[in-house]
Write a protein that binds this ligand. Structure first.
Ligand code: MN3
Length: 202
């Protein structure tokens, strides 16, 4: 059973004006599709074949560049699509909001820390909110397609919110203005999806 490009639960233009349709189309149908097919080629005939992507990344040989880059790319983008929604934005509620307040002091403090991680990640990479056993939350940035499921990467824990800061994620609409893209992302965050990942990962 090979990995398949996940379908989006919304149209390519559904996140406008925050993320434009052309960027979404290229990002999903070209970039994510490319990571998916290259991941399938990289795991075929290896011990990784048939394993879940979480299992593969958690037990990764970091020198295995094909699985590291394409497995990370497959997992990271799947999460990215899931944590956005045309009905997103606002603030989290319930147990997730409590955990954010307990870990960062306030939602605004979390937002500042996450936005700083996204804005200051040098070159291509991601900003993450991760949950640890017991429910503690941390923020970190990672380069390229790395994520904290991989051994020794980032802040550890399980990613529950991720922001792609590769230029392909924003350049058509925002050019070099990454901070504007980061700010706009908060208008499309699907906090219900993040809360589900928090419950599953804590
Ligand atoms: Mn990307």
């Amino acid at each position: 059973m090979s990995f398949e490009l996940p379908k989006l639960s919304y149209a390519y233009d559904a996140l406008e004006p925050h993320i434009d349709a052309r960027t979404m189309e290229i990002h999903h149908s070209k970039h994510h599709n490319g990571y998916t097919s290259k991941l399938n080629a990289a795991v075929e005939g290896t011990a990784h074949e048939g394993k879940s992507i979480e299992d593969i990344l958690s037990n990764l040989d970091m020198d295995d560049k094909a699985v590291r880059n394409n497995g990370g790319g497959f997992y990271n983008h799947r999460l990215f699509w899931e944590v956005m929604s045309p009905n997103g934005g606002g603030n989290p509620s319930g147990a997730l909001a409590d955990a954010i307040n307990a870990s960062f002091g306030s939602f605004e403090a979390f937002k500042d820390e996450f936005a700083t991680a996204a804005k200051t990640q040098f070159g291509s990479g991601w900003a993450w909110l991760c949950v640890h056993a017991g429910g503690k939350l941390t923020v970190c940035g990672t380069p390229n397609q790395d994520n904290s499921l991989m051994p020794g990467v980032g802040c550890g824990g399980t990613p529950i919110l991720g922001l792609d800061v590769w230029e392909h994620a924003y350049y058509l609409n925002y050019q070099n203005r990454r901070p504007d893209y980061v700010e706009a992302f908060f208008n499309v965050i699907n906090w219900d999806a993040v809360a589900d990942k928090f419950e599953a990962g804590k």
